[in-house]
Design a protein around this ligand. Sequence first.
Ligand SMILES: [Zn+2]
Length: 416
Amino acid sequence: MTSLAVLNTSQLVTLGGLKRPRVATELSELGIIRDGGMLVCDGKIEKVGPSDEIEKNAGDAEIVDAGGRVVMPGFVDAHTHLVFAGNRLDDFERRARGETYEQIAKAGGGIWSTVEKTRAASEVDLLARAKKYATWFLRCGTTTVEAKSGYGLTLEDELKILRVIRQLKEEVRLEIVPTFLGAHAVPRELSPDEYLDVVVTEMLPRVHAEKLAEFCDVFCERGYFDIDQSRRILSAAKTVGLNLRGHVDQLTNSGGAKVMAEMGATTADHLEQTDEQGIAALKKANVQPVLLPGSVYALGSSHYPRTGEMIEAGLAIVLATDFNPGSSPTPSMPMVLSLACTQMKMSPAEAITASTVNAAYSLNRGDRIGSLEPGKLANFVIFDCQDYRELAYWFGAPQTYSVYVRGECVSRSGGL
Ligand SMILES: [Zn+2]
C-alpha cells in the first residue's frame, strides 16, 4: 500500500457534497476546507479534513507539503478534438488579416485541410503528436479529457483515430474518454446522404464491435448535418449502446438543442445561438450544456452563449476547451475560467464547478472523479496560489505547481 498525506493547503477545494451535477446556487458551493489536508491510499482518497488532523492519521504515509497553496481536483475537460495532424497556422494568420471563413476555405484552409493531413498521417505519427498534447493538458492541471475522432471521415481513418486514442490511454497518465464523431463534416467525395449511410451502416457497427467509443457526437449545423440527419445518426448510435453528445447551435440556431433533448443526450455542446426555448428543452430533458468560450474567443467573435439564463433555468453547466487546431487551439482550462468570468459573467466558483465535478458527471464519471471525497480517485492539482479565484484572475500565467493522477505525481512545474 502506498499512501500520501497532502498537508498545509491554504484551501482544499473539495467540491464535495451532492452526488449529482450542481445547478443554480449549488454551482457556487466549493466545499472549501481552509488549512485542509487529504489522505490518499492506493490511488484513492481516504480522508479529507483539517491538515493537523490528517497529519495525526498520516502514519508512515509520504508527506506532500502543499506549502500554503491551493489544492483542487484535476480539471475534467469534457470536449476536445485531441487527435489530428498538422496545424492551422495559415488560417490563423489569414483570420488575423481579416479574411472571412469562405476566403480561408477557398485558399485551402478550414477543417478540410486538417482532414487531408490526418488521413495522410500514420498511427505512429498521430500518437506522437497526441502524446505531446496530453502533456500540455496535464501541465495545465487537467487530469481527464474527452477525445473525439472526426478528422478522418472514412471508415478506416475514423477507426485509425479511435485506435490512436485507445493506444494513447495506455501510454499517458492523462485519463481519456473516447467519442466517435464520424459526422463532423461531409467528405468532399460523397453527398451528405451517401456519407450518412457510411456513418450509420459501416462506421457505427465497427466502433461498437471494437468498443472504441463511449459516446457518439454529431455536428448539427447548416452545411454539415441538418436536424433529420443528426437524428438518424444519434438514433443509430443509441441502438448500439453509445451515449450521446452534439455540436449544436454554434453558428445558427437550427433547433439543435431541442433535438439533443428529444434524443435524451447526455450533453449539448456550444449553444452560442440557443434561445430560451432551447434552454427550456435542455432543462426538461436534463441535458448538460457544455460551453466552449475558447472557440468564441479564438474566432474573434463576442457571441457567447446565454450563460446567465442557463444558470437561472437550472442547467448543470459544464465548461470545456474544445481543444482543436482550427477554432480553439488551447489545452488551458485556466484560460477558459478567465473567459467564463470576464466574458460570460460566471463567478470563479461557478466556473470551477463547471470544469470539475459537473464535467465529470457529463462523462458518466461523477462517482469516480471531479471532487476530492473519500472513495474517489486521487486526481488532484496543487496550484501555486493561495485563493482559488486567482486561477481565473491571473490569466495567461501558469499556476500549476504539481499534478497527481491516482495518487502519483505526473507533472511538476519545471518538469518531472
Ligand atoms: Zn468541438
